[in-house]
Write a new protein. Structure first.
Length: 261
């Protein structure tokens, strides 16, 4: 391999990326979409200043099917191709087994699972267009990417009562593998990042009430940093991962292997 090829292994320059749930938390790391138009714009302005490239906000409430259609349509009106889709938008809910609300279960599964499928379905023409540009014979030299943000709670049974969240993430991991199987021949790869504890609005309550105990059970003795998930996502989006599909990368500082879930 030449030095030029090595230098370009992790190069994502020129790619069009859509990140859902991108105004805060793990997704705040390009086109971004979140339910809050204000948060979306603030984050887009921040990321554009940091550069390189431009971050464009397209706010949408992904709980609603028609909003998914609108988001996909607006993106298609601006771009002919989508190189990377990051499905990051999500919700969580905690309640006892006896008291867990039916509506809460539906809300979490809709956003964390069903809408991942819906949005992926709606932007497939753009992903396929990006893949076709790299086709040489029967080979796609730089496939289009689907990156799904999962959770270690979908890999093992959590101690706390987040029934819908853990179930939705386990299902998301399997959906990602199913998409990988179906779409690989079209030059689209699908992978999952199963995240451990990262500071965010969603995890604020957990960190406040049990953060020290959780960190004590993490071999690397800390919570995740933005650089951790950004670096993993960049790898999956780059030429270095062009032969990786159907994978679930655990990003948890060793929490699962510590046996203290």
């Amino acid at each position: 391999m030449s030095s030029f090829e090595i230098q370009n292994l992790f190069n994502v320059q020129g790619k069009v990326v859509l990140v859902t749930g991108g105004s805060r938390g793990i997704g705040k790391m390009v086109y971004i979409s979140s339910r809050s138009a204000e948060d979306c714009k603030v984050t887009a302005d921040e990321l554009t200043v940091l550069g390189p490239g431009i971050c464009i906000p397209i706010p949408a409430d992904l709980q609603k099917y028609e909003e998914v259609e609108r988001l996909a349509g607006e993106l298609a009106s601006r771009e002919k191709e989508l190189h990377v889709l990051v499905n990051n938008a999500g919700a969580a809910w905690g309640a006892t087994l006896d008291d867990f609300p039916d509506a809460a279960f539906t809300k979490v599964l809709t956003l964390n699972l069903q809408r991942v499928f819906t949005l992926t379905q709606k932007v497939l023409p753009l992903l396929r267009a990006a893949a076709r540009k790299t086709k040489q014979g029967e080979m796609y030299t730089d496939p289009a990417r689907i990156i799904n943000i999962g959770s270690v709670e979908g890999l093992d049974v959590p101690a706390h009562e987040t029934y819908s969240y853990s179930a939705s993430k386990a299902a998301l991991h399997h959906l990602s593998r199913h998409l990988a199987s179906k779409l690989g021949s079209e030059g689209i790869i699908s992978n999952t990042i199963a995240c451990g504890l990262f500071p965010s609005k969603m995890t604020a309550y957990t960190i406040k009430n049990a953060g020290d105990a959780i960190v004590a059970g993490i071999p690397l003795q800390r919570t995740g940093k933005p650089e951790d998930v950004a670096g993993t996502a960049l790898y999956l989006a780059s030429p270095a991962a062009s032969w990786v599909t159907g994978a679930t990368i655990t990003l948890d500082g060793g929490f699962l292997v510590s046996g203290k879930m």
